[in-house]
Design a binder for this molecule. Sequence first.
Ligand code: ADP
Length: 480
Amino acid sequence: MKILFVTSEAHPLVKTGGLGDVAGALPDALAAEGLDVRMMIPGYPAALERAERLTDGPDLGDPLGFGRTRLISARMPGGVPLWLVDCPILFDRPGGPYNDASRADWPDNHRRFATLSWAAAYLGKVGDGKAWLPAVVHANDWQTGLAPVYLKQWRGPGPGSLITIHNILFQGRFPRAILEEVGLGPDLFDIDGVEFHGAVSFLKGGLRFADRINTVSPTYAREIQTPEMGAGLDGLLRHRKAALSGILNGADYAIWDPARNPNLIRNYDAETVAEGKAACKRDLQMRMDLAPRPEAPLFGVVSRISDQKGLDLVLAVADRLVEAGGQLVVLGSGEAAEEAEFRRLAEARQGSVAVQIGYDEPLAHRIQAAADALLVPSRFEPCGLTQLYAMRFGTLPVARRTGGLADTVIDAREPNGTGFLFDTASAVGLWTALERVFALHADATAWQAVRQRAMRQDFGWTRAARAYRDLYRKTIETAN
Ligand code: ADP
């Protein structure tokens, strides 16, 4: 089965969050299941630099009038074949994949991601000129939402299309005026097309025209059909319910394994977790200027800072957490006002709270290893990966019962518990869970039992890859 997996980010080329992790791991797991999967990603400078074995691929001319575009054929560092969409005027610039150094969205994002979507649709439709023609184009999030739209606009036979929603809040909305610019006709500016509240929505286009839709956990697949959590697209999703499903993401244990992780001062496994984590905690306390207190329950946060992640709740309980004898270490970046609040908190609680604002991959691993518990108080969470990594690292997640968190964490009150869940997105809700964390942590035997179970959970990608294989089959059936 030939699959074109198109994405705007993929670890280790470019990553801003969970999509990058998924795109860095799922194609590998699909290949291991025998699928002929190839990826496509914009030719950002970092991607051109980190991809391997670059050779010339098909020349696409100037598809939408934004500039000469060619495909460069390459390999992911893990070996999966890859096309880089090389259009320097759109992609060859410093900064992030979606925004510039001051975090403003690139003003030409509609052009950049229409071009990515167009290239994927084109390859899906006509192949690479060397007899590779995919049966399914697998789009991910709004950045590739137009791929199913182009495919449905073009006449004649084509591949099936699947779109995965990694986060429904990001929709790629642009003014009406860009519609013709991205090569779509005015007839599509309609409730049955790409129109969404007077704007053009790339995600809506994908959800409207893809043969199949899925999201990254079964609970989130249900939640996005409700007005509370559907971000305005719940009506369309209820309408397309028969084509919608949820597949839980996996964790890439080649990277997120405390026994092999190169970022840790001491590697450990379930047998050696107590000594291993103690060493990692000492190391982190020293590096982050936390008091060297081995007995203090250390709470970690590794997260984007946005309303979704509920870190305002962490700010609200931080004083109590410290007064109860805990320590807090936060790695995150995002909304400036909340970043500043975390900085102020660290200043006020020196020795007990350490905050690093920014993106730091090695530190993310060190926190996972050093902390006793990881705080994930998300208001919504499509799947969430940090709680999966935490469990493998023997760090108990303290998570809100929503989306993928509800699907992966079992509360310690259950006989097979692996973490702590709370229901109400409020300081009281989180604090009530933290009281239970402190109580369990004080009982070393009970803590060790939950930690052992957490470490033994298997959220590897094989299960997910098999579910995607079945979904690709259904996508092909739907398309024909
Ligand atoms: P989301 O995709 O909503 O950001 P996920 O939990 O699915 O959340 O994925 C987050 C990924 O990004 C994890 O790999 C996590 O370790 C990483 N991450 C988040 N913030 C940071 C940061 N500031 N520095 C390093 N890694 C981060």
